[in-house]
Design a protein around this ligand. Structure first.
Ligand code: AHR
Length: 502
């Protein structure tokens, strides 16, 4: 099937914030300890960070890294994990002992090595407003007060300059320690904003929102003008209790209405005339929910700790994850006027795009999608349209319901600092190729076209130790001509570049 598409690079739709390619790392399972922070491993540097993991993270140019949670944060006390004496404590969120050897200063060191912005989520569960603002003092004041002096005493003369802070995690959820109701939440966030901004008015603050009008209205009416961001989360294949990953077709069904939450929150911000003041931070997202069954009820460790290893099954992360991730990144780009940040959850191990083991790493299918979008696609959305009807397919979701979804997801971009265009083209169909005919891509100059494709061998292709089925293939498409035809293989993520000849 062939679809003709036309682009108009003179019609700019929006410029995306690079922070939509952000990531998240939590004190959960092997994300921190035995993950990025692995002192004593021959692959680790003098600070205990895995250099192979750092290199992989740097290649996808992580712009911002959210830490330390997630549910973990809602009973976390940051003062346990700074300074010469670290206090191991029992993490009630995940029911493990945290040695506290990785704390704020180690996290900042990690961000400096990655060249990314830190984004700290504070404890609005059991924590206090003072504990939150003391944290900001520790990180951002020059030397005033006990906490800045403590940072200096710990060897960090210069402030850490943490700009992005989140007040709490998912405090709306019954699963969260220290959960709040909508009235409590609005008041708490208002007072937390007051305290933190008194320490450092240059901070940008987010707080948990969701697709619930009552919650968001009370939050925004209580302190909308004080916030810079509202935080929303989504996992489309929930696997916390049963690790039964959705099939390729079921995952494609999840691509229907991908912007639902964004649309809901956008609508509320608009009706409250806050859309120019507050942006959306989609600061936890992944197709696959994390597997951590019975965390609140199991007595025996093998019933709640051992199952977490099932997140490490690399065969779970297939072309379904790659195709879904590309479709969601397209959604974030298309909504770049209101979505300014997004954080893949998490970056490493669990459901992350990188998997680490004692002797090395595996780049899962989703890693290559981030590589493609960060390194091959433009930063400016331009107009793309087609007079042809878009192809679609009728499939079943995980509940067995029939849904119809588009099989083609297209995004046209250009660069703000160089010539040329790049089109992200996702073919979701499990076994049918598509063909697009591209017009309007050449700016008159002689241009060459190339395609960078992530295809796999089949819908269930994945990467593992000693197995590399999913990677970026480069195809030379030759000189660009109007109406140039490009084949999109089944279950593939493609970026087509049309660049002027040098
Ligand atoms: O499953 C991981 C958890 O998902 C995160 O800790 C939390 O923020 C979200 O509910």
């Amino acid at each position: 099937m062939m679809i003709s598409v036309a682009i108009n690079e003179k019609r700019t739709v929006g410029v995306r914030n690079p922070m939509i390619y952000g990531h998240f790392i939590e004190h959960f399972h092997r994300q921190i300890y035995g993950g990025v922070y692995d002192p004593g491993n021959p692959l680790s540097d003098e600070d205990g960070f895995r250099t192979d993991v750092l290199d992989a993270m740097k290649k996808i140019r992580i712009p911002i890294l959210r830490w330390p949670g997630g549910c973990f944060v809602s009973s976390y006390h940051w003062k346990d994990a700074v300074g010469s004496h670290r206090t191991p404590y029992f993490d009630k969120a995940w029911r493990v002992e945290d040695p506290s050897t990785f704390g704020t200063d180690e996290y900042i060191k990690l961000c400096r090595k990655l060249g990314c912005e830190p984004y700290i989520c504070t404890n609005a569960g059991t924590g206090t407003l003072e504990e939150m603002s003391d944290w900001v003092e520790y990180c951002n004041l020059e030397n005033e007060g006990r906490y800045a002096k403590w940072r200096i005493e710990n060897g960090y003369e210069e402030p850490h300059k943490v700009k992005y802070w989140s007040i709490g995690n998912e405090n709306y959820g019954s699963w969260e320690i220290g959960a709040k109701n909508a009235d409590e939440w609005g008041r708490l966030v208002r007072e937390a904003v007051k305290m933190i901004k008194r320490v450092d008015p240059s901070t940008e603050l987010s707080a948990a929102a969701l697709s619930d009008t009552d919650w968001n209205l009370k939050l925004l009416n209580a302190c909308g003008r004080g916030l810079d961001w509202v935080s929303i989360h989504q996992y489309w294949d929930p696997l916390s209790q049963n690790n039964n990953p959705a099939t390729y077709e079921q995952c494609m069904a999840c691509t229907k209405n991908l912007s639902r939450q964004i649309d809901d929150v956008r609508g509320l911000l608009t009706v409250l005339h806050l859309e120019d003041k507050i942006k959306i931070a989609f600061d936890e997202w992944n197709l696959r929910g994390w597997h951590h069954p019975k965390v609140a009820v199991a007595v025996n460790k093998e019933d709640y700790l051992t199952p977490r290893d099932e997140n490490d099954d690399n065969s779970t992360y297939t072309m379904a994850d790659a195709v879904f991730t590309a479709c969601f990144l397209n959604t974030l780009n298309r909504n770049c006027d209101i979505v300014g940040m997004a954080n893949f959850s998490p970056v490493l191990n669990t459901r992350g795009c990188i998997y680490s083991h004692d002797k090395g790493i595996v780049l899962r299918s989703t890693y290559h999608v981030f590589d493609l979008y960060v390194n091959y696609l433009g930063d400016t959305m331009i107009d793309l349209w087609s007079e042809d009807s878009m192809p679609s397919m009728k499939i079943c979701n995980k509940k067995g319901e029939s849904v119809t979804v588009d099989t083609l997801d297209l995004l046209a971009t250009k660069w703000s600092d160089r010539e040329g265009i790049a089109i992200a083209a996702v073919n979701k169909h499990p076994d049918q190729a598509l063909e697009i005919a591209v017009s309007g891509a050449g700016s008159g100059a002689v241009a060459e076209a190339k395609a960078f494709c992530i295809e796999g061998n089949g819908t269930d292709s994945y990467n593992d130790i000693g197995r590399n089925e999913v990677y970026i293939k480069e195809r030379n498409l030759g000189r660009y001509e109007e109406g140039m035809k490009v084949r999109l293989e089944p279950h593939s993520v493609n970026v087509i570049q049309v660049l002027p000849c040098r």
